[in-house]
Structure formats: structure tokens, C-alpha cells
Design a protein around this ligand. Structure first.
Ligand code: DQA
Length: 143
């Protein structure tokens, strides 16, 4: 089965209790189950990870670059300012899909900038957990 890394940045481990009016009531563990099940139905094997640590996230991107593994990435707040994350994304050769649960463009102005979008194959935002489902479908259709 084709592998895909589904990488998640800071504070996403708090899903379910974190600002549920914005991010919904699904916990990260429920989201991870949804991702793994959806991927499997599409013939993909999803390796779902979350970290609050920028260095760890960059390390995972290096791994993906080395293995030419496609990445679905929710960089969370790093989206808006981490040039180190952007530089790591620039090393990827397989598809990179940026996802967000909320629609950052409909929120505070500092969220309107994504340093990652310019390197992504595409961005899916604003559909809650369905953003990840749509990203998996997009990836499956690409292959
Ligand atoms: C987010 C949007 C970001 O602006 C925010 O910092 C997050 C989550 C989203 O999935 O909607 O942590 O990436």
C-alpha cells in the first residue's frame, strides 16, 4: 500500500476541548482513526503523527523527503511564521497537501499568511475533519 504521512503541528493534540466552536468536538485520537480508516479505503496507508515541537515536525519532514513519501500537513500555528518548516517542505519531492480544520482566511489577519502554501501541491481548509478526508481523496486520485 502507498504510504502517506499525515503530520500535525502544535495544539492539535487538544482537539475536542480546544475552542470546539472553531475546531469541532472530535478528539485527535478520533481524527486519527478517521484518517487511517479513510486512507485504507482509498488504498493508502496513513502514518498519523502530532507534535508540539517544531524540531520534531521538521525531522519528520526530513524523513518524508528522504523516503519520497507524500505528506498531508496541518502545520497549525507554524503555518503562519515558521520559515524553518517552509524550508523543510521545500525538500519534499512527493505531493504535499496543506490542510486546516478551520478556514484561516476567514479568521484573524495573522492567519491570512501561510509560509507553506506556496510549496504545497494544494491546500484544503475550512471543512473540519473533512479537510483531511478531501486531502486523502486528492492524493489517491493523483496516483
Ligand atoms: C489550524 C489553523 C491555524 O491558524 C491554527 O493556529 C491551528 C489550527 C487549523 O487546522 O484550522 O492551530 O491549522
Amino acid at each position: 500500500m502507498r504510504e502517506v504521512y499525515v503530520l500535525n503541528g502544535p495544539n492539535l493534540n487538544r482537539l475536542g476541548t480546544r475552542e470546539p466552536d472553531i475546531y469541532g468536538s472530535m478528539t485527535f485520537s478520533q481524527l486519527a482513526d478517521l484518517i487511517v480508516e479513510t486512507a485504507s479505503a482509498l488504498g493508502l496507508q496513513a502514518d498519523v503523527r502530532q507534535t508540539n515541537d517544531e524540531a520534531e515536525l521538521i525531522g519528520w519532514l526530513h524523513e518524508a523527503a528522504g523516503g519520497k513519501v507524500p505528506v498531508i500537513l496541518n502545520p497549525a500555528a507554524f503555518t503562519h511564521y515558521s520559515y524553518a518548516l517552509r524550508d523543510a517542505c521545500a525538500m519534499l519531492t512527493a505531493p504535499l497537501i496543506e490542510v486546516h480544520l478551520s478556514n484561516p482566511l476567514a479568521r484573524e489577519e495573522f492567519r491570512h499568511t501561510s509560509v507553506v502554501s506556496g510549496l504545497a501541491t494544494g491546500t484544503i481548509a475550512g471543512f473540519g475533519s473533512t479537510s483531511y478526508v478531501l486531502a486523502l481523496e486528492a492524493l489517491a486520485r493523483q496516483s
